[in-house]
Design a protein around this ligand. Structure first.
Ligand code: NAI
Length: 697
């Protein structure tokens, strides 16, 4: 059943019923159209109410139909809204909980709208690179005025119904109904049943005291804020048309923009990210109804950089945390940092003082393992050293209650070996948070060989609860993100050897859209981190060639911002990266010892070498089953590494370029004597897909 039809006295009630959010799929649209017909044919019906069952009025388009012919099959949403407008009896939308996208557009087609307080009202299409396509840009300004409507359409953010209903002069809601919404809506419909003519939003006018200046201001602001995305600026164009064009011409204009945006790479990338986020939570061999373990109390071992940040996630979500350290000073430092971070949020108005106090009240500390034995999950974030991890996990095995989840935040160590330090490897899992852990969205959930399915499912659900984007990774050195970034860093080093400066590489990558180029990133994260890892990694794998420039940098003590010097120079107290003559000389000297004559490398080559290095390693991860799907890799890069959202992630970008072209570029790079031919050997999966003319998706 996709919409039900019931008679309540003189009122027919059509209830959208397409869980979870009453998406307006074809079956639902058809059922509404049938309901309208039935109600008009029934002489005893004098008015109609449209509402939604369950947790929403309607969340808009049915994402299951996205891109399929069904989305456009008649009655499409535009036709359905026209049916509503032309209905001979008044149609009242009874809005509650969620009223978004096509759902709001449908409501705007109704003659009247009533709402329960607390409903989230939005036109979020811009978030997937589109503008509203069923009259939203033409009708919303007519009921809310130019400014409010434009803000909502450009941001895509939800606004509460009671707030909208309180705006002076608003015509979005005819009535706000406290208590029983349906009863209130039926009473309202009965009241207006005989009123004629039936009011239509299309007949209203958009007025503004200074429309041209306002639209110009909006256009400038939007351009500056969304330089990589075409949709927000197009929202301004469409909303302007609501003022300057006749209603039907405005509708045609909106449709033209909508259709053109649909085919842009930015829209494709955003839709990809939207679906990738949903796909990432699905694990093929772990059923969605896997019973979860209860997690009501968390213990964290180590109150350093990561331990403190990890703790904040749970405190914010209202889950009690106990932190364990070796020394009281370390605990004090850890708690002070958490307090300071929360205080900064309070100062910025992002956290209410009461919530801050409540969060802090959930935090406990201890030096004694006996005090954490009753926690449902423990997350280890001690030094990155196998011997230290061994000592901690043996201890945890001894004290934790049966069934407790034992997680490690290791970034490079073997989770299977860590699990083997315990007699319960099935309860051990990796939770790889990113720094700063209270801010970064990404959580790599590392599935050990023996990790139990319910442990995996529980951690995925918990990750969602603390508002992380969780991506499952298998065990390997670096998991998904860091294993790929290693190849990216190696290429960045080769580029220096060939003739680039750090600033040239950073500039090219930032122009491509990365938040930060590899060298500025290194200076921020600390170049010593990679140095430490390289010392281990390249001793284990001497066959791998890498540029020694980064080691030479560290030997000079240039660890980055924290030491006031890295790939760039820094002035005290400032973060501006200033090109460094010393570093350029070091690179030049290194080139001479290598016997390399520097050459000019184009920005395009820089970007391709760095991004295709990611893509090739990504293909290997897929082949080895470390990553479950290409879109998971994209999620890791979008949420953890600042990969430009408008490119959709490395694998999506490779698909856009075409895998054949990617492989051809790699062959060109392999012929460069100053690059590394072995590096550019295409991963078998990539080579095969390219040869078959296929894509990762
Ligand atoms: P950190 O050095 O800031 O903190 C480690 C804390 O653990 C220190 O406060 C130390 O006193 C405590 N500790 C050490 N041994 C202990 C023991 N036996 N019992 C109790 N406490 C002990 O290190 P950080 O950066 O927080 O890293 C922790 C873990 O997180 C490491 O495995 C690291 O690889 C991983 N990680 C670090 C990231 C980063 O960007 N810093 C990112 C992702 C993972």
């Amino acid at each position: 059943m996709s919409a039900s039809y019931e008679i309540h006295g003189p009122v027919a009630v059509i209830t959208l019923n397409n869980p979870p959010v009453n998406g307006l799929g074809h079956a639902t649209r058809s059922a509404v159209a049938e309901g309208l017909e039935k109600a008009q044919a029934d002489d005893s019906v004098r008015a109609i109410v449209i509402t939604g069952a369950g947790k929403a009025f309607s969340g808009g388009a049915d994402i299951k139909e996205f891109g399929s012919p069904k989305a456009l099959a008649e009655p499409n949403l535009l036709s359905l809204i026209r049916l509503v407008e032309l209905c001979s009896k008044p149609v009242v939308a009874a809005v509650h909980s969620v009223c978004m996208g096509g759902g709001l557009e449908l409501a705007l087609g109704c003659h009247y709208r009533v709402a329960a307080p607390g409903a989230n009202v939005a036109l979020p299409e811009v978030k997937i690179g589109l503008i509203p396509g069923a009259g939203g840009t033409q009708r919303l300004p007519r009921v809310l005025g130019l400014e409010t409507a434009l803000n909502m359409i450009v941001s895509g953010e939800p606004v509460k119904s009671e707030l909208l209903a309180s705006l002076p002069g608003q015509k979005l809601f005819d009535k706000l109904i406290d208590g029983d919404l349906l009863a209130g809506a039926i009473a309202f419909a009965t009241e207006v049943a005989d009123k004629r003519p039936l009011p239509l939003v299309r007949h209203l006018k958009v007025t503004h005291p200074n429309p041209d200046a306002y639209v110009q201001f909006a256009r400038n602001t939007v351009k500056a804020m969304s330089k990589h995305f075409p949709a927000p600026a197009k929202c301004v164009d469409a909303v302007e048309a609501a003022m300057t064009k006749k209603f039907d011409d405005g509708m045609v204009f909106e449709r033209e923009i909508f259709t053109a945006l649909m085919f842009t790479p930015e829209c494709k990338a955003l839709r990809h990210a939207f679906f990738a986020e949903r796909a990432a939570s699905k694990i093929p061999d772990v059923p969605e109804d896997t019973p979860l373990r209860e997690v009501k109390k968390i213990a964290i071992i180590g109150a350093g950089t990561m331990g403190g940040g990890i703790a904040m996630n749970f405190l914010t979500a209202g889950i009690p945390v106990v932190m364990l350290e070796m020394k009281p000073e370390a605990l004090e430092r850890g708690v002070a940092t958490i307090r300071k971070n929360y205080e900064a949020q309070v100062k910025k108005g992002k956290l209410k003082p009461e919530k801050f106090e409540a969060n802090m009240a959930l935090l406990g500390t201890t030096l004694d393992y006996a005090a954490i034995g009753d926690a449902d999950m423990v997350i280890e974030a001690v030094f990155e050293d196998m011997e230290v991890k061994k000592a901690v996990f043996e201890k945890l095995d001894a004290v934790m209650k049966p069934g407790a989840i034992l997680a490690t935040n290791t970034s490079t160590l073997d989770v299977n070996r860590i699990a083997a330090f315990t007699k319960r490897p099935q309860d051990v899992i990796g939770t790889h948070f990113f720094s700063p852990a209270n801010v970064m969205k990404l959580l790599e959930v590392v599935r050990g060989e023996q990790t139990a399915k319910d442990v995996l499912a529980t951690v995925m659900a918990l990750g969602k609860k603390i508002r992380k984007t969780c991506v499952v990774a298998g065990v390997c050195d670096g998991f998904i993100g860091n294993r790929m970034i290693e190849q990216y860093s190696r290429q960045a080093g080769f580029l220096l050897e060939e003739g680039c400066t750090p600033q040239q590489v950073d500039r090219a990558v930032e122009k491509f859209g990365f938040a930060m180029g590899p060298f500025r990133m290194g200076d921020l994260a600390g170049n010593d981190v990679g140095w430490y890892i390289r010392k281990r990694r390249y001793v284990e794998k001497p066959e791998l060639r890498y540029s020694k420039t980064a080691d030479l940098l560290c030997e000079m003590g240039r660890f980055g911002q924290k030491t006031g010097a890295g790939w760039y120079d820094y002035q005290a107290g400032k973060r501006d990266a200033i090109p460094s003559a010393v570093v350029e000389q070091m690179i030049e000297d290194h080139r001479q010892t290598m016997g390399i004559t520097p050459r000019q490398v184009s920005d395009e080559e820089i970007v391709q070498r760095l991004v295709f290095a990611l893509v090739n390693e990504g293909a290997r991860l897929l082949e080895e089953g470390i990553a479950l799907r290409a879109s998971d890799i994209d999620m890791v890069y979008l949420t953890g590494y600042g990969f430009p959202l408008h490119r959709g992630g490395p694998m999506c970008y490779a698909d856009t370029v075409g895998l054949y072209n990617v492989v051809q570029a790699m062959k060109r790079f392999a012929r460069n004597p100053n690059d590394d031919a072995a590096f550019w050997q295409p991963a078998p999966l990539l080579a095969r897909l390219a040869a078959e003319g296929k894509s990762f998706s």
